[in-house]
Design a protein around this ligand. Structure first.
Ligand code: ADP
Length: 391
């Protein structure tokens, strides 16, 4: 029997999982259960990304999804023992700044934070509860997307709202923290003397944000109280005038639920282009609206990146990561060209080939592509949390 850590990343209707060997944190298997509320399907892939199982016909719901997955784990010929489960949890609020072993108290804290992340937190909790029901003896560790941003300065954190609301917790929390923490841990591998310097990481996926990192710590970030603020995303609007929301509610008579749907699901590059939320579709399209969406995405990215430089007091390096950041030389170039006034210059062939270092030798700021791995950092946090502490 080999000991394994299982990592869960729950979405609204799907559950991604990864199985890592507990001794060296090497990935053994990964996969997902899709369409959990209706007609679930379990797909398991091996470490080479080859599909080894596709199972349908089991009951809907998280409990059924997890027990079907465990049936496969237990029947697997190599024999795997799950020693702990790590969960990506979107919100840890003001109190939870490090990974936590889930107990009743922590679970109550997580539930109290649902109003701050109503679209994500309930799914994270549903998986934790279903897992507890089936395997109460296996330790579960909650790892928070907000935790890395606990080092934000008061200025970076505060909105210009009445003090009482700030005290109640209406502040910038920031998200994608697990991705940023992983990238921060990788910086020394890629850059020598600049690793602990002033770095802006652009996490450009369906959700997109940036983080200003200094000395491996988050100094400022573009997402805010919710994951709606900041950059333009696949379907989310990013930074807009809050007066627009009042106008939609008061003048256009939209309900709060309609506005929520509009801003989270119908905006971003999907809304601008009217074509797709998926950057690859837009890059392949000849439509004028696709180009407009790409340009607006890059305009906002460059502009907000420039804003973060003030927080850092200068800039040594930019890192691109996540689906778009890792995969698209065209988008990286579009963004970096808008920063040429400050001496950012790409090496075109390295950029086109998605190489690790993509800035030219004469660029005043180094530019890198570093693949993110949120599951890996959760596995590593999970092992740390269950390991006996020294002293
Ligand atoms: P999520 O935020 O859901 O984890 P990802 O990090 O997987 O998302 O990023 C998904 C986005 O990345 C999509 O818009 C997709 O089109 C885009 N993407 C993935 N690969 C490429 C690529 N090679 N070129 C351009 N865009 C890409």
């Amino acid at each position: 029997m080999s000991e394994h850590i299982i990592v869960f990343n729950a979405g609204s209707s799907s559950l991604k999982f990864s199985l890592f060997k507990a001794d060296d944190l090497v990935l053994s298997f990964h996969g997902q259960v899709d369409d959990i509320p209706d007609t679930p399907k379990l797909i398991v892939k091996d470490e080479d990304n080859k599909e080894i199982l596709c199972q349908e016909g089991f009951k809907a719901g998280h409990s059924s999804a997890i027990s079907t997955l465990f049936n496969w784990i237990e029947s697997h010929s190599d024999g795997m023992e799950i020693v702990a489960a790590g969960h990506r949890v979107v919100h840890g609020g003001r109190n939870l700044s490090t990974p936590e072993i889930v107990d009743e108290f922590i679970l109550e804290e997580l539930k109290a934070l649902i109003p701050l992340a109503p679209l994500h937190q309930p799914h994270n909790i549903a998986v934790i509860e279903a897992f507890t029901e089936l395997h109460p003896d296996i330790k579960q560790i909650a790892c928070f997307d907000t935790a890395f941003h606990h080092t934000l300065s008061k200025e970076a954190e505060q909105f210009a709202l009445p003090r009482k609301l700030t005290e109640e917790g209406i502040i910038r929390y920031g998200f994608h923290g697990l991705s940023y923490q992983y990238i921060a841990s990788q910086l020394p591998e890629y850059m020598d003397d600049k690793a602990n310097g002033r770095v802006i990481v652009a996490h450009l996926g369906n959700g997109a944000s940036m983080c200003a990192i200094k000395d491996f710590r988050s100094i400022a970030t573009t997402m805010g109280f919710t994951a709606l603020d900041g950059l333009i995303m696949g379907t989310r609007c990013g930074n807009i005038d809050p007066g627009v929301i009042l106008y939609l509610l008061e003048e256009k008579g939209m309900s709060p639920a309609d506005v929520t749907n509009l801003l989270y699901k119908e905006s971003g590059i999907k809304g601008i282009s009217g074509i797709s939320h998926d950057m690859r579709d837009l890059l392949q399209s000849d439509a004028k609206q696709a180009k407009q969406a790409i340009d607006l995405f890059c305009y906002q990215a460059a502009k907000q990146l420039a804003g973060l430089i003030t927080d850092l007091g200068g800039l040594d390096a930019i890192v691109f990561t996540a689906g778009i950041g890792e995969g698209s030389g065209v988008i990286r170039k579009n963004i970096c060209d808008r920063l040429d006034w400050m001496g950012v210059e790409l090496a075109d062939s390295e950029n086109d080939a998605n190489q690790s270092k993509i800035s030219s030798n004469s660029s005043k700021v180094e530019v890198y592509v570093i693949p993110t791995d949120e599951e890996q950092i959760i596995a590593s946090m999970t092992i740390d949390a269950i390991s006996p502490k020294e002293g």
